[in-house]
Design a protein around this ligand. Structure first.
Ligand SMILES: Nc1ncnc2c1ncn2[C@@H]1O[C@H](COP(=O)(O)OP(=O)(O)OP(=O)(O)O)[C@@H](O)[C@H]1O
Ligand SMILES: [Mg+2]
Length: 228
């Protein structure tokens, strides 16, 4: 459904991506792995139109979205939970959720069912939330667009262990519902429990790709590309 081919990107003169290939099928859970600064967020920004790719192609169901504006990417069915969460600080929880709403199976009652904590906090401002609540809100906000694919850049970064477990459980629940997910995180063990397939990037290039069975059978992958 999402197809990224030979994606190249740069910040000014500084070239970061040198041909990233990546795809996600309907209902599939795929990870984008790699150490700090290898180009994961840059890949996501290039897919979502926040950074114009220098070369390559991004398509959703064959529709060419290469370099499209972020709102067009969202309309094509990609929902983003961005690095740093970036919720609207001056809006309440409920206003944050309504701000991006598009018709579909994900509506306020369903989001509150997934995250009862958000219902308790529905009148609180974005700034009054804990990190975990902010991440739940960021996920809820992405789901409210009723995306075909939800993309999480750092699913559990900076969260306490118990909250992390909640986020992983939420992603398991989304997977069980058949949602397609592209997820970035530092916790490779949690990712291998969750995902079907993995794409490892190093210095802006895909250096390994394979299924969960393959990554578990190749401990070398972790040693070579993922250990800090
Ligand atoms: N706005 C920017 N201007 C210039 N260089 C940038 C910018 N953002 C990122 N970079 C550089 O691009 C490279 C890739 O960064 P990117 O954020 O894509 O990495 P990442 O894989 O997401 O890392 P992390 O795991 O730390 O989130 C890094 O060398 C980084 O310093
Ligand atoms: Mg990043």
């Amino acid at each position: 459904m999402l197809n990224v081919e030979a994606l190249e990107a740069a910040y000014g003169e500084s070239r970061i991506l040198f041909g990233v290939d990546l795809s996600v099928a309907d209902g599939e859970v795929v990870t984008l792995l790699g150490r700090n600064g290898m180009g994961k967020t840059t890949t996501i920004k290039s897919i979502f139109g926040m950074l114009k790719p220098r070369a390559g192609r991004v398509t959703v169901d064959g529709e060419d979205l290469t370099g499209a504006e972020p709102h067009r990417v969202a309309l094509a069915g990609l929902g983003l939970v961005p690095e740093g969460r970036q919720i609207f600080p001056t809006l309440s929880v409920e206003e944050n959720l309504r701000a991006t709403a598009r018709p579909g199976k994900w509506d306020l009652p369903r989001i509150y069912e997934l995250f009862p904590r958000l219902e308790e906090r529905r009148r609180n401002m974005g700034t009054q939330l804990s990190g975990g609540e902010q991440q739940m809100l960021a996920i809820g906000r992405a789901l409210m667009t009723n995306p075909r694919l939800i993309v999480l850049d750092e699913a559990t970064e900076g969260l306490a262990p118990l909250i992390r477990a909640d986020i992983w459980a939420c992603l398991e629940a989304l997977k069980a519902e058949g949602e397609a997910i592209l997820v970035i995180d530092k916790n490779v063990d949690a990712l291998t429990r969750l995902a079907d397939r993995h794409v490892v990037i190093e210095k802006g290039r895909v250096v390994w790709t394979g299924t969960t069975a393959e990554i578990l059978a190749t401990p070398d992958v972790k040693d070579r590309f993922l250990h800090v």
